[in-house]
Each structure stands twice: as structure tokens, then as C-alpha cells.
Design a protein around this ligand. Structure first.
Ligand SMILES: Cc1ncc(COP(=O)(O)O)c(C=O)c1O
Length: 485
């Protein structure tokens, strides 16, 4: 028999392991995966009463599913939100939050610094349905004030923003938006619920791409929308269930298990990001480093006020534009080139040619996304390996020979397949099973000539930032345990 739920408020690390769990009659330890599209009823009357709402019973996995409900309960507990709905992707979460609330004739104000697809929804999709949209510089309160002189129904903002890590003052903008009659929707992907709780500052709705830190291991897509019980049940839920934005129970289960280590992962990644940001500031190849917890960040004071750490991403602009950025990325041996983020593996992105390539060039310029800008998602590798990798790649930009990148999979294939065959095959290929082959170690970069001071200093600073603590005061809410949807 399962123990009763505790009455004590639980801290985030505990919520991430325990929040939302519903045990079946088998009393399993791990959350069960209910990989089912539908559910059966004892009799016709029970089916009828389920549909009228008199009886609490799952109907169909597009409307609700026990595994998905556990994920929603865990996320709501962590966020301190009354309700949550999980979605198949982060974009389904953003789209659902916006389209469920808006109608023709409404007006939306958005911070200009948004992820590419969110930018497209505001600039292109909403106007097609007769919804007026306006972008403002999210850091400029005067622009927000001017935009709110006319009625407005919804505000969308991202803080820190993708990719240049600009912040929006959540409290000030929420107060202004509410006075204008708008709800505030915050895309909190970059901060995660551990570092920033937008609802504490007045936001009404928070959206996530669960693809990022929540899974955090590069396996599945997912998303989530959190808000008041009334808004979620009356506005969001009818839209999601009737338009089909339902997450697969399998993906929900993977994310649930990913959440159990979110706290540890984000804490370690933030520490490393801090160290790397400091190391980058000392390199002459770099024009500017963007990291909210660097005192040089123009909104450092705001970052300290609304975030409990600087986050897991560091963006920086290389002198020498696109050529320098590409040379740097190609010279990295540990960090992968990928447009994803929040993963255990560190990843580097060139936003101007990937995630933000569809944002018009002049808009990109306004957002500060220069051709030399790169976004680094800091993973869980040893920070010293990351610092070494970045330093060596920067050396390559400044003229020292670039170490050649050799992905591990291809090295295994090349060394275990006869040369003629290897050349004919598309790489990467799996190692043949013939003999137990020891995967070749990643080729070490050529020792960097004239050791740069930065890594050494960074190591010293790593010790200073090691005490970074993301533990927060206990959340007031109990884990959601209700079965009713
Ligand atoms: C800030 C932000 N919001 C939303 C999304 C969309 O998430 P998904 O790819 O899960 O749809 C992303 C994806 O990179 C993102 O970075």
C-alpha cells in the first residue's frame, strides 16, 4: 500500500523526484508507462457519466493519460502553478497558449528577442488570423509603456532570450501588461523552473520546451504550458484536446524520468557555464560575451533579482564574423555542432545560419545576432575539458593550426573496416561485431602553443563558483495527486 502524501511543502529537488506520482495497484517504484491510446469502462453508464463529468475516468489519451498526468503534476508542483498541460513539443506549447487565448481583432505585444519559430508565430501566423502584433525591445520599459497605450490581450516574452540572453523585467512588464488588460505568457526555457519562476513576478502563463533541460539527454520532444486551474481547464484544455496537441505517453515517461536529475544537471551545467563565461571574457578573439551572471551583462542587476543563477547557456561574438565563427566551431573537438540545447552534451550553434536564419537580416541585426555570434549550451562534461576544448579552438581562430575534428563513430569505423570498404561506405557506421574492439580514444588536440592564461584563471574561478546553490525555499503547493481531468 502506498504511503499517504506528505502535508509538508517539498523543495524543488524532492518535487522533481516525487511530484505528481500516482502508483497503480501493483505498487511499482518507478512511474508506470501507460502506453495506451484508450481506456475501457465497466458498463455503458460509466462511459456516459465519464463524458458528462460525473465520474472521474480516463477516456482517451488525446484528452488525458495517467503517465502524462504524472508529468503534468510534477511540473505544476515544481513551478508552483495550479495546473499544467503537457504538449508534444515546445512549439505546440507556445502555439497552444497563444491560439487558445486569442481571437480575430485581438492585439499581441511581444519582446523582439524570441526563438525563431516563436518570432514566426508573432510576425507571420497571427496576422493571418486578423490578430495585430507588435514587437518591442524587451529591455526597454518605455517601449512596453508605449505599446500598452492601446488595448492588448496577450504579451509573449522570453527571458533570458534565445540566443543573445537578453532579459526582460518580469515584474515591471507584468504590471504594465495587466493594467492594459493583457495576460503575460513567458517562455522560460532558458532559465528552467529551477532558476526563475515567472509567476512569482506576475506572469500568468509559463511555457516550456521539455525537449531541452527536462529530458536533457537528447531523446524526445515535449512541451508544457502552466497556468491557473481556471485558464488551463477553460481556455487551454478545450483547444489542445480538440486540435490534437497531445504528447505521447512514452515521451512523457522519458521526460518524467529526466526530471528526476534536472536539479543536479542544471546546477552542474550552471557552474560550468559560469566558469566558461569568465574564461571567454579574457580572450582577445571575442568581441563580447553574453551571460546573465557576468557583471558585464547590461542587465546583471536584473539577472540577480529574478534568476537564482546565470543559466546553462553562454553566447558570444567572435571578431571576424561568420568565417571566424565557423572556424571556431569546426575546431572544437569535444563540443558538438548542434542547434539543440539544454543537453548533457555541450553544443555550439551559429544562430544566424541555423535557428534564426529565417529572421530577416535587419531584424537579426536589431537583435544583436551578428554573423560572428555563437551560442554555447554547456553540458555535463568535466569543465576543464570544455575549457581546454574552447581555448584550443580559439587558438585556431587566432592563427594557430586548427586541430582536426574526428567524430568517435567514424574513428571506430575507419579503424575496424578495411580501408577500401571504409571509403565506399557512408559514415558514420557502426563498429562491426566481429572482434571486441576497444573504441579508439578521441584524438587529443595538438598541445596548444604558448599556453593562454585564461584556462588557468578560469580554474581558479571555478573553485569560487563551485558553491553556487540553486536550492530554494520550499514551494507552498503540495504535489498534485488528483486523477480527475
Ligand atoms: C526558447 C525556445 N522556445 C521554444 C522552443 C521550441 O521547442 P521545441 O523544439 O521543443 O518545439 C525552443 C527550441 O529550441 C526554444 O529554444
Amino acid at each position: 500500500m502506498a504511503k499517504p502524501a506528505t502535508d509538508r511543502p517539498l523543495r524543488p529537488a524532492t518535487q522533481l523526484v516525487r511530484g505528481g506520482q500516482m502508483r497503480s495497484n501493483f505498487d511499482e517504484t518507478s512511474e508506470a508507462l501507460y502506453l495506451t491510446s484508450g481506456f475501457v469502462y465497466d458498463n455503458a453508464q460509466q462511459a456516459e457519466q465519464t463524458f458528462t463529468g460525473e465520474v472521474s475516468h480516463f477516456q482517451y489519451s488525446r484528452f488525458g493519460n495517467p503517465t502524462v498526468q504524472m508529468l503534468e503534476g510534477r511540473l505544476a508542483a515544481l513551478e508552483g502553478a495550479e495546473a499544467c498541460r503537457a504538449t508534444p513539443t515546445g512549439m505546440a506549447a507556445v502555439h497552444g497558449a497563444l491560439l487558445s487565448h486569442l481571437k480575430t481583432g485581438d492585439r499581441v505585444v511581444a519582446a523582439r528577442a524570441l526563438f525563431g519559430s516563436c518570432h514566426w508565430i508573432i510576425s507571420t501566423l497571427l496576422p493571418r488570423y486578423g490578430i495585430e502584433t507588435e514587437f518591442v525591445d524587451g529591455a526597454d520599459l518605455e517601449q512596453w509603456k508605449a505599446a500598452f497605450r492601446r488595448p492588448c490581450q496577450l504579451v509573449l516574452l522570453e527571458t533570458p532570450s534565445n540566443p543573445m540572453l537578453e532579459l526582460v523585467d518580469l515584474k515591471a512588464v507584468s504590471d504594465l501588461a495587466h493594467a492594459a488588460g493583457a495576460i503575460v505568457v513567458v517562455d522560460n526555457v532558458f532559465a528552467t523552473p529551477l532558476l526563475q519562476k515567472p509567476m512569482k513576478f506576475g506572469a500568468d502563463v509559463v511555457v516550456y520546451s521539455a525537449t531541452k533541460h527536462f529530458d536533457g539527454q537528447g531523446r524526445v520532444l515535449g512541451g508544457a504550458v502552466l497556468g491557473s486551474k481556471k485558464w488551463v481547464e477553460e481556455v487551454l484544455q478545450p483547444f489542445l484536446r480538440n486540435t490534437g496537441a497531445s504528447i505521447s505517453p512514452f515521451n512523457a515517461w522519458v521526460i518524467l524520468k529526466g526530471l528526476e536529475t534536472l536539479h543536479l544537471r542544471v546546477q552542474a551545467m550552471c557552474r560550468s557555464a559560469n566558469t566558461i563565461a569568465q574564461m571567454l571574457e579574457e580572450r582577445s578573439e571575442i568581441a563580447r560575451v553574453c551571460y546573465p551572471y557576468l557583471p558585464s551583462h547590461p542587465q546583471y542587476a536584473l539577472a540577480k533579482q529574478q534568476m537564482s543563477a546565470g543559466g546553462t547557456l553562454v553566447s558570444f561574438e567572435l571578431k571576424g564574423g561568420k568565417a571566424a565563427a565557423f572556424r571556431f566551431m569546426d575546431a572544437l573537438q569535444v563540443v558538438d555542432i548542434s542547434n539543440n540545447l539544454g543537453d548533457a552534451k555541450s553544443m555550439i550553434t551559429h544562430p544566424a545560419t541555423t535557428t534564426h536564419m529565417r529572421v530577416a537580416a535587419e531584424e537579426r541585426a536589431r537583435l544583436g545576432i551578428g554573423d560572428g555570434a555563437v551560442r554555447l549550451s554547456v553540458g555535463l562534461e568535466d569543465v576543464e575539458d570544455l575549457v581546454d576544448d574552447i581555448a584550443a579552438a580559439l587558438d585556431a581562430v587566432s592563427g594557430n593550426p586548427a586541430p582536426k575534428k574526428k567524430p568517435l563513430a567514424r574513428m571506430v569505423a575507419e579503424e575496424t573496416v578495411a580501408p577500401a570498404k571504409a571509403a565506399a561506405r557512408p559514415a558514420p557506421v557502426k563498429a562491426p561485431v566481429k572482434a571486441p574492439v576497444k573504441p579508439a580514444a578521441k584524438k587529443k588536440a595538438e598541445p596548444v602553443a604558448a599556453p593562454v592564461e585564461a584556462p588557468v584563471k578560469a580554474k581558479a574561478k571555478a573553485a569560487k563558483t563551485a558553491e553556487l546553490d540553486l536550492f530554494e525555499a520550499p514551494a507552498a503547493s503540495k504535489p498534485a495527486r488528483s486523477k480527475k481531468r
